[in-house]
Design a protein around this ligand. Structure first.
Ligand SMILES: Nc1ncnc2c1ncn2[C@@H]1O[C@H](COP(=O)(O)OP(=O)(O)OP(=O)(O)O)[C@@H](O)[C@H]1O
Ligand SMILES: Nc1nc2c(ncn2[C@@H]2O[C@H](COP(=O)(O)O)[C@@H](O)[C@H]2O)c(=O)[nH]1
Length: 212
């Protein structure tokens, strides 16, 4: 995986959170407002939820298939999360680089660190719940996990929050509209970062020199 740097204008946006804090909710809004940011569809060995479609939320694969991809070096990053395997294929990033203005990752802190190690310009956002009690309410209210999986996700939440220091931005998702405003503000601000504008700056300077 090569890093072309931030001066090509391409945005690598990573959103992570403990399970149930609301990153899928916020990313779904982001995808609607910024369709030019391609959502990275991960591979996972987790079973699909009733509303999930293969190839849309995830590429659902069995462990053998996943391990084969690991051996083939097909992943930009992968990790075991809540007892299942999840990974971002190199192919997802290549497709986005060829067809979009950026890529949006919904991955955990282990994956965020692996992507950042390879692509230092990646922007990492951590979503927090307003309280642990509210996190539990949301996870139980969503009703997608059985009791054992719910408890496991809640137990893992504390360990995940300990990684907050790695992230560039932290958003507390209390009021969802406010949290979303903060997330979209990060996209706008990141697009204005000087390295992402250097192409335009150089073009303007060339124009000034009559080199158009
Ligand atoms: N600000 C909010 N206030 C109340 N409920 C919320 C808020 N944000 C999200 N929710 C609800 O909380 C539940 C969990 O949200 P969501 O599925 O987006 O979490 P997640 O971080 O993507 O979890 P996971 O990592 O398990 O996929 C959902 O039912 C969602 O509708
Ligand atoms: N390291 C990675 N983590 C990933 C990837 N895709 C999703 N995830 C994270 O897993 C948990 C659980 O997700 P769920 O859909 O089962 O609730 C969550 O934190 C996701 O962000 C990935 O490709 N790599």
């Amino acid at each position: 995986m090569s890093s072309e740097g931030a001066d090509d204008g391409f945005l690598l946006l990573i959103v992570s959170s403990p399970s149930g804090a609301g990153k899928t909710t916020l990313c779904t809004r982001l995808r609607k407002e910024f369709p030019e940011l391609r959502f990275s569809v991960s591979h996972t060995t987790r079973k699909p939820r009733p509303t999930e479609v293969d190839g849309r939320e995830y590429h659902f694969v069995d462990t053998q298939h996943f391990e084969h991809m690991v051996r083939d070096n097909a992943f930009a990053e992968w990790a075991r999360v809540h007892g299942h395997l999840y990974g971002t294929s190199l192919n997802e990033i290549e497709i986005a680089r060829g067809s979009a203005r950026g890529i949006l990752f919904d991955i955990d802190h282990q994956g965020a660190r692996q992507i950042r190690a390879a692509l230092s310009e990646a922007v990492c956002v951590f979503i927090l719940p307003p309280s642990m009690a509210e996190l539990e309410r949301r996870l139980r209210g969503r009703g997608t996990e059985d009791e054992q999986a719910t408890l496991r996700r809640l137990q893992n939440a504390r360990g995940e929050i300990e990684h907050y220091g790695f992230f560039d931005y932290v958003i507390v998702n209390d009021d969802v509209d406010q949290a979303y405003e903060q997330l979209r503000a990060i996209v706008f601000a990141e697009r204005c970062r000087r390295p992402r504008r250097s192409g335009l700056c150089e073009r303007l300077l060339a124009e000034r020199r009559g080199e158009r």
